[in-house]
Ligand binder design. Structure first.
Ligand code: SF4
Length: 411
C-alpha cells in the first residue's frame, strides 16, 4: 500500500505554513475554568455526563500519553474512549501511517467505495446571535435575505441539474423570522425534490423536531463549536446561542424526537482541537449508547476567513486533521464523517480515501447563491470551488464511487 498519510497531509503545501509548535504544546486549562449556565432540562442529557468530566484530567492524560498507550489503543480502538484519547494525543503522531491504513480498511469494510454527495442550500442569513467567527453574525452590516418558497424552488433547479438528491438546509439562527413555522412551510417544498433532507439551523424543542420529521426531515446537524465553556462564552456573546448548556443538550432532544441521523461537530481552531475532539467523542459515545436507533455523523470544519471574522486561536494542521479523521474511524466504524468545501481541492482529494463518507461540492454559502452569486452574503470563504462533476471525477480516479442517492425514506 502506498504511504497514505503522506498522500493525505504531509505533501500538502499548506502544511509548512501550519507546522507551528503551538500545535503539540499542551494548552493551559483547569477545571476552575468550567462555568456554564444552569441547564433548564428536566430529563437526563449529555449535560449531566459532561459536568462529571474533568477538563484538567483529560488534558493531562492527552499530553502525557506514551508510545505504549498508543500501541495498546491501536489493538483495541473500537468504542473505547481511552483509546480515542491516545489516538488523538501527540504521542500518536508517529503512528499516523498505521492509523491511516487501519482507517481505510475499516471504512471500505463498512461503506465500500461509496461517498455520499450532498449540497447545502442556504435558506436565510438572518441571525439573532453574535458569533465572532461567522459572516452572518448579528452585528455584521451585510445584506440580509430569507428565501421565499418561489426562491427556494429557483435554487433547487440548478442544484438538481448538478445531480444532487441529498440536501442540507442551512440558515442563521433567527427564531422569530426563520423559526419552526417557516421550516414547516419550506420543508415540503424541498422534500418533493430530494430523497434525503438534513437541516443545520438553530436548536429546537423536541416537539418541534417531531413535527418537522412528519414534514420530511431526515437529519439534524448541530455543532457545539467548542466544548470549552470559557472559549464558548468568548465567541458567543449575544443571543440564545450564548447558552452553552442548552446547545449541549440539544442532540438529546433531536434523538428523542426520532430523527434518523444526528450530526455533531466542533469548529476547529476555536480551542485545543485534541480536547474538543475527545469531548465530542464522549458526546457521540453517550448518544449512541442512549439513543441507539439514530445514526450519527461528525463534521470537522476548520475556521475559515469571513467578513469581520476572527483568526484561529489554535491552528489545526493538515496532518492533525488526518489524525482526527483516522482516530474517529478507528473509534467508530459506523460513523459518517463529512467533509465540506472549506478544505482545498488537493487536501480533499487525498482525504476522500481516508475515512470520509460524505462530501459536498459546488456549494454556495449564501441564500440565493445558486441562482445569483453574491459573495457579500457568504457565511465563510470556500476553498474548493470545483464543480460537483470535477469532484466526482477526482473520486472515480481514486477508485471511489460518488453516490448521489442512497436513501429512500418511503421504503
Ligand atoms: S454561527 Fe450560526 S448562530 Fe452564529 S452568527 Fe453564524 S449563523 Fe448565526
Amino acid at each position: 500500500m502506498t504511504n497514505l498519510t503522506q498522500q493525505a497531509a504531509f505533501n500538502h503545501p499548506s502544511d509548512e505554513r501550519h507546522s507551528s509548535n503551538a500545535e503539540t504544546s499542551r494548552p493551559q486549562t483547569s477545571d476552575s475554568q468550567i462555568s456554564y449556565s444552569q441547564t433548564s432540562h428536566q430529563q437526563t442529557s449529555f449535560v449531566d455526563v459532561f459536568k462529571k468530566l474533568s477538563r484538567a484530567d483529560l488534558t493531562l492524560k492527552l499530553y502525557s500519553q506514551t508510545a505504549c498507550d498508543v500501541e495498546r489503543a491501536l489493538q483495541n480502538p473500537a468504542a473505547n474512549l481511552d483509546s480515542l484519547l491516545a489516538l488523538l494525543s501527540p504521542a500518536a503522531e508517529p503512528y499516523l501511517e498505521q492509523m491511516a491504513q487501519q482507517a481505510v480498511a475499516l471504512t471500505r469494510q463498512r461503506f465500500g467505495a461509496s461517498i455520499g454527495m450532498y449540497i447545502p442550500l442556504y435558506l436565510s442569513n438572518l441571525c439573532a446571535n453574535e458569533c465572532d467567527y461567522c459572516g452572518f453574525t448579528m452585528s455584521n452590516k451585510i445584506k440580509r435575505k430569507t428565501l421565499s418558497k418561489a426562491e427556494i424552488t429557483d435554487e433547487i433547479r440548478p442544484i438538481k441539474a448538478m445531480g444532487y438528491d441529498s440536501i442540507l438546509l442551512v440558515s442563521g439562527e433567527h427564531e422569530t423570522k426563520v423559526g419552526v413555522p417557516y421550516f414547516k412551510q419550506m420543508l415540503p417544498v424541498v422534500r418533493q425534490h430530494f430523497s434525503y433532507v438534513a437541516m443545520e439551523v438553530q436548536p429546537l424543542e423536541e416537539q418541534d423536531y417531531r413535527e418537522l420529521v412528519t414534514e420530511g426531515l431526515d437529519a439534524v446537524m448541530l455543532y457545539q463549536e467548542t466544548y470549552n465553556p470559557v472559549t464558548y462564552a468568548e465567541h458567543h456573546t449575544r443571543g440564545k446561542k450564548s447558552d452553552f448548556a442548552y446547545r449541549l443538550e440539544s442532540p438529546d432532544r433531536v434523538a428523542r424526537a426520532g430523527v434518523d441521523k444526528i450530526g455533531l461537530g466542533v469548529l476547529l481552531g476555536l480551542d485545543d482541537w485534541r480536547l474538543d475532539a475527545l469531548l465530542m467523542g464522549h458526546h457521540l459515545d453517550y448518544l449512541e449508547k442512549t439513543y441507539w436507533r439514530s445514526r450519527y455523523s461528525i463534521s470537522l470544519p476548520r475556521l475559515r476567513p469571513c467578513t469581520g471574522g476572527v483568526a484561529p486561536k489554535v491552528e489545526l494542521t493538515d496532518k492533525g486533521l488526518v489524525q482526527m479523521i483516522c482516530a474517529f474511524r478507528l473509534f467508530n466504524q459506523q460513523l459518517e464523517i463529512s467533509l465540506s468545501t472549506r478544505e482545498t481541492p488537493e487536501l480533499r482529494n487525498n482525504l476522500f480515501a481516508l475515512g470520509v463518507t460524505n462530501v459536498s461540492a459546488g456549494s454556495s454559502t449564501q441564500p440565493g447563491g445558486y441562482v445569483e452569486p453574491n459573495t457579500e452574503l457568504d457565511q465563510f470563504e470556500i476553498s474548493d470551488e470545483r464543480s460537483p462533476q470535477l469532484v466526482a471525477k477526482a473520486m472515480l480516479e481514486r477508485g471511489l464511487n460518488p453516490v448521489w442517492k442512497d436513501w429512500e425514506s418511503g421504503w
